[in-house]
Design a protein around this ligand. Structure first.
Ligand SMILES: [Zn+2]
Ligand SMILES: [Zn+2]
Length: 159
């Protein structure tokens, strides 16, 4: 899959041809030794859809990861953060100061986009897989947090 196009200032461009809120440097592998930085156009589309739905800035805490870095941070063996044969990454972990990871997860579920989405204790994982897939890393703890959030939101008539 091709890497997302980048404008003159380094911002990724969506497949609709619009400048996204995401800058190339945010996705660079954090190992400090490799040069991997490209991510797929579809990943940018998914992240931008989430960003526009939320209306608040998202921070990429982990973008593409070379195999060495992926192993060091305990990533999955076939993690979508790792570069494909063209050196392109397919996943990013995001956070925001304005929402909890549980809230990000629930927002993602409202967005009519494909891709994978995983809720972790301190971030939301988003990737570009073809089938819409969601999961919760922490099992009961996160499930409880989601339940608490929904019942709280219901009480405030926000659902
Ligand atoms: Zn690296
Ligand atoms: Zn991830």
């Amino acid at each position: 899959m091709a890497a997302a196009a980048i404008d003159r200032e380094g911002f990724y461009i969506t497949t609709k041809g619009e400048r996204s809120h995401f800058h190339k440097r945010e996705f660079k592998c954090r190992c400090g030794r490799c040069a991997f930085t490209d991510v797929s156009a579809k990943l940018i589309d998914n992240l931008e859809a989430l960003r526009l739905t939320l209306g608040v800035p998202l921070t990429v805490t982990s973008g593409i990861r070379c195999p060495e870095h992926n192993q060091r941070v305990g990533g999955a063996r076939f993690s979508k953060h790792m570069p494909d044969g063209n050196g392109v990454g397919h996943a990013a972990d995001v956070t925001t100061a304005f929402r909890t990871p549980v809230e990000l997860y629930l927002w993602w579920r409202c967005v009519e986009i494909g891709g994978g989405c995983g809720l972790y204790s301190r971030w939301l994982h988003v990737d570009d897989r073809d089938d819409r897939t969601e999961w919760v890393e922490r099992g009961e703890a996160s499930t409880q947090a989601i339940g608490d959030f929904i019942s709280h939101a219901t009480m405030r008539e926000l659902v």
